[in-house]
Write a protein that binds this ligand. Sequence first.
Ligand code: HEM
Length: 452
Amino acid sequence: MSPLLREVPRPKTYPLVGHLPMLWKQGMMGTLKQYWEKHGDLVELKLGPQRAYLVSSPDLIKRIVLDNRENYPKGDVYDAFRLLVGNGLVTSDGSFWRRQRRMIQPSFQRESLKSFVHDMVETSVATLDRWQGSLDDGVTVDIAQEMMRLTMQVIGTTMFGVDMDSKTDRSSQAFKQVMSYVIQQGNVPFRLPLWLPLPSNIKLRRSLQTLNRIVYGIIEQRKNDPGTKHDFLSLCLQAQDKETGLSMNEEQVRDEVITMFLAGHETTSNALSWTWYLLSQHPEVEARFHEEIDTVLGGRLPTYHDLSQLTYTKMVLQEALRLYPPVWLLARNVKDNDEWSGYSIRGGSIVLYSPFLTHRHPEHWENPEQFDPERFQPEAVQARHKFSYLPFNLGPRLCIGKHFALYEGQLVLATLGQHYRFSVPSGHNVEMHPETMLQPRGGMPMVVHKRY
Ligand code: HEM
């Protein structure tokens, strides 16, 4: 290290294990928050032998995701996810990622999104119908589970035309079962290599084989009978890269389909659960939200054209994504040594940055703990550091589903919100459970109230 460079602050650590005991004892989010509050926007950590940096300032995040992004690849920090999704858009890097992104981008542009809006509204209506047939005023439901069911159905129909809600469709049932097992296994922090003949590995390998059989089956069926569907799967099968003329082979299609399924439903469902919760805690915001949806829609279902009118609904969603970003922690590898405002960042280490922490940065957000959708008025957004708000990440690796998710969120909130409001049952304490995703601990039980 050059003598002119400063030491990055490092909290007290144990030999060999470094900061791991604190992270295990107090949880990842609590410990990182504590380190940030005590040591500032750049903190060095030791995760066993691995050096890592916690980065919380928008300027430094901009360097990672944009200005010097080639030095911060996804690398091995995404290995657990790779086990499941292979080399899909979330996990790939370099020229392969660029080509895939070019080919997939059209599926998320205005014309495709317009056609997905129909499925989003239909699925919300199916939820309404189910509730109207089975839920009495005053009963408690797990909104987290309901939102998961809804967003999974949306992703199943828009991405590969499968009815995930079907009780009779065996492939959707098997898909769900296998997927949840594989996700659970992927979350194990230190997995032993898959080739070791351990019972858990054998079960996981079998589950992956089942998953592949189902997904390849869906792909094969679509190839044999393309029909008239304009879902993501059809677009992948037809896509051809303008620069190279290449199209995707079956394995790439499989990886992208599973990637979309995983990246696209739990994220949105958590965002919606937190939004309903925040609305229930802020009656004045809830009243404005009701006023908007009642005025714009007057009792009818929303369409694509209403999205630009449902501005307050969108601001509520954006503010919920600030306080409870579903992807609360992101990580990158550091390729070569780098230098940030007089600090040395070592090659071979990892950088961690947390939308959750940066969204509560007091230098960028006034009263950061307070829920206030007004923060998303266009002038307020303009005046803020762009990299202080990153629920969808920023730079070239910006979430490809950002507009999909915002549309879906607006449409679900507007469709259900016209008929129902929710409250937290007395005595229930809503807590965060920051795992791979920021979810409510033990679900989100809420009391259902019919509005009319
Ligand atoms: C509220 C909902 C959502 C949130 C908060 C969210 C968040 C994110 C974040 C933070 C990333 C960056 C990950 C990284 O760089 O390591 C990302 C990437 C991605 N998301 Fe989303 N996402 C949401 C919804 C969706 C939806 C609905 C889809 C698809 C239908 C989707 C597909 C993807 C894909 C494919 C990537 C990888 C993009 C790339 O690197 O080229 N996401 N998302």
